[in-house]
Design a protein around this ligand. Sequence first.
Ligand SMILES: C[S@@+](CC[C@H](N)C(=O)[O-])C[C@H]1O[C@@H](n2cnc3c(N)ncnc32)[C@H](O)[C@@H]1O
Length: 149
Amino acid sequence: MLFTPTPIGFVRSDYQQTAEVPKGFGARHDAEGVLEVKPEFEPGLTDIDGFSHLFVIWMFDRSQGFELLGTPPTDTRPHGVFATRSPKRPNPIGLTVVELVRRDGCRLHVRGVDMLDDTPILDIKPYLSSVPADTLRRGWLAEAEKGQY
Ligand SMILES: C[S@@+](CC[C@H](N)C(=O)[O-])C[C@H]1O[C@@H](n2cnc3c(N)ncnc32)[C@H](O)[C@@H]1O
């Protein structure tokens, strides 16, 4: 059985258009924004304050259709959608790691947003990575970066 997702809240961001979000090599994602959680879900934020970083799961609500192969801004070669972070996906789900700056009731002030203003938030989870840095492989991106720097 599949479920019908209900937004638990919306992103408040300075980005109104996709072109405004930094892309490509060297793009910095330090923009501040607010995750505005609906009041009925506020009890679910209990104890979130102790986490420095959060996973935000959200919906690419202004993306249409999908492309199984696409050329990302960081390369000249096409790659499979599941090997990229393309907004054009069969299920339009975005995942962003943000830094929690502070909580103000049901408003989480965060740094690192790459979402447009009013983006629906599907879920929030504490960011916990147990993958040692020396076992991470960055696939085609590492190759593309070599050519860049
Ligand atoms: C490359 S995607 C990566 C998003 C996320 N970090 C991920 O990995 O799923 C980021 C781009 O998504 C686009 N975007 C942001 N919010 C969107 C929305 N609500 N609907 C459609 N596209 C959006 C912006 O153009 C932004 O540059």
